[in-house]
Design a protein around this ligand. Structure first.
Ligand code: HEM
Ligand code: HEM
Length: 226
């Protein structure tokens, strides 16, 4: 077992990533509740907010700080395999952002969330009373299929979130790394001798992302009919 000496902390997650994450968690819980209880006004509203969050996060994957960028955490199979081989090592080192394996779980979660929201937009219920704002661009059977895929996407989301939380518990229990604290405070531990980079981000770019995301989600909520 190798010992790691930590010598203070450094910033790892910018404010927009953390805000995105915890808003997403709250809204997903609310969407689940409102979907199951047929509170469809609330369900759609919550879904539009999740849509805006996803658009923002995709923008931020190109315009955000170092650790928010897809180019930093989407890695090839060699890096993923090399990382996977060290998975059991303890105590773990704090990664400077998502590790190569975690990076792909983030992509998987974002992809299934996009599928969940998109199918919701086209879905209709069995009586044809409640529907997403884009359902009347397709016929009833297609919209029913969208509703079925919506439910499947929801179940896949639940499985991925379960895996996500299990992985975080594993890092905490086995590798002695508190990833949740880092996602709240934005800071991670620094090991002795490690050089750390700055975590710069532009509030102007964040604002541009918020405007694009808000405008897109609003247009979708209107079914692109203004
Ligand atoms: C803009 C986004 C969304 C729209 C427009 C939307 C729309 C709908 C519609 C129309 C239904 C009724 C389908 C039916 O009765 O067969 C539904 C059901 C449901 N939705 Fe969504 N949804 C959205 C996002 C989400 C999200 C993010 C979640 C994740 C929690 C979610 C979870 C559910 C669940 C659990 C049901 C009930 C499925 C069932 O048991 O029939 N939806 N949604
Ligand atoms: C609906 C449930 C959840 C969803 C959809 C979700 C989704 C995500 C996504 C997309 C990321 C990547 C963040 C980014 O780069 O933008 C992430 C990271 C993270 N999430 Fe969640 N999350 C959920 C619940 C939770 C919960 C309940 C916890 C706490 C127990 C948690 C803790 C974390 C942590 C610590 C990270 C950073 C992981 C790392 O260090 O690489 N998440 N989550």
């Amino acid at each position: 077992m190798t010992e790691t000496t930590t010598v203070g902390s450094t910033r790892v997650w910018d404010l927009p990533v953390r805000t995105f994450h915890w808003l997403l968690v709250a809204l997903m819980a609310f969407s689940w509740w409102s979907g199951e209880n047929e509170e469809m006004e609330w369900h759609r509203l919550s879904g539009y907010c999740i849509l805006a969050l996803l658009v923002f996060r995709i923008w931020w994957g190109f315009a955000g700080s170092r650790t928010a960028r897809f180019s930093q955490f989407v890695r090839g199979p060699n890096s993923v395999l090399a990382y996977a081989r060290t998975l059991g090592a303890r105590p773990g080192h704090s990664s400077d952002g998502h590790n190569p394996l975690g990076g792909w779980s983030v992509i998987a979660m974002l992809a299934v969330l996009v599928a969940l929201v998109t199918t919701g937009l086209f879905a209709i219920d069995i009586d044809g009373i409640e529907s997403g704002p884009l359902a009347d661009y397709i016929n009833f059977d297609q919209a029913r299929s969208a509703a079925e895929v919506h439910e499947t996407a929801f179940n896949i989301t639940l499985a991925l979130v379960g895996l996500h939380i299990a992985a975080i518990a594993f890092y905490f229990g086995w590798k002695r790394l508190n990833l949740v604290r880092a996602m709240i405070t934005g800071r991670r531990a620094v090991s002795e001798g490690e050089t750390v980079g700055d975590l710069r981000w532009s509030p102007v770019k964040a604002l541009i992302g918020i405007v694009i995301a808000g405008a897109f989600a609003w247009a979708v909520s209107k079914g692109f009919r203004f």
